[in-house]
Design a protein around this ligand. Structure first.
Ligand code: DGL
Length: 196
């Protein structure tokens, strides 16, 4: 049995890798963090497609027989191209809009995401499919990926950065936040503080 190849623009996808390891303890997992090229979220779409193709090619060439794109930005931008180009099963990740809409009492959901995801047609199809009668406030969070890549998960810089994008959403009456980037879960204790 071949390995499962997992990639992200950097360390964010480790949050996904941890869950795969929990569910599939026997599988061989190979992870690539493309940290030298992070963040993807501020780059043009063709850049993200090129990096995703290079990483998929590398992982499949190293024996991966399936791929997990542990990056919302790469999924939104490149998963269709990856599926056209490679015949192995490819699993992507998308912002959890559906469960957020099911949980909101206020009818207002905030989606924290990268600028590239916010611009993508795939993300807007996701919103159209699941938003129902809810108001969805999309908030790009430039700078957060860089903080997580530097290991700044707490302390004054992290608190200021989280408050910058989360406080306005709370002020607008949003009662559920979607962490639409795998890096953001490493900052989530801070996000929870600002919503409670
Ligand atoms: N972890 C990536 C995601 O889920 C971060 C993208 C980036 O590098 O900006 O979107």
């Amino acid at each position: 049995m071949g390995a499962i190849g997992v990639f992200d623009s950097g360390v964010g996808g480790l949050s996904v890798l941890r869950e795969i390891r929990r569910e599939l303890p026997q599988e061989t997992l190979r992870y690539v963090a493309d940290s030298a090229y992070a963040p993807y979220g501020d780059k043009p779409a063709d850049f993200v497609v090129r990096r995703s193709l290079a990483l998929a090619d590398f992982l499949i060439g190293s024996g991966a027989t399936s791929l997990v794109v542990a990056c919302n930005t790469a999924t939104a931008t490149a998963v269709d191209t990856l599926r056209e180009r490679f015949s192995v099963p490819i699993v992507g990740i998308e912002p959890a809009v559906k469960p957020a809409v099911e949980h909101t009492l206020a009818g207002r959901v905030g989606v924290l995401t990268t600028s590239r995801t916010a611009l993508s047609a795939r993300f807007h199809r996701l919103l159209d499919r699941f938003k129902g009668s809810c108001q969805i406030v999309v908030q790009p969070c430039p700078g957060w990926v860089e903080l997580v890549e530097r290991g700044v998960l707490d302390g004054p810089d992290a608190i200021v950065a989280v408050a910058q994008y989360v406080s306005p959403l709370v002020a607008q009456g949003v009662d559920v936040l979607v962490l639409g980037c795998t890096h953001y879960s490493f900052l989530s204790p801070r996000s929870e503080e600002h919503t409670s």
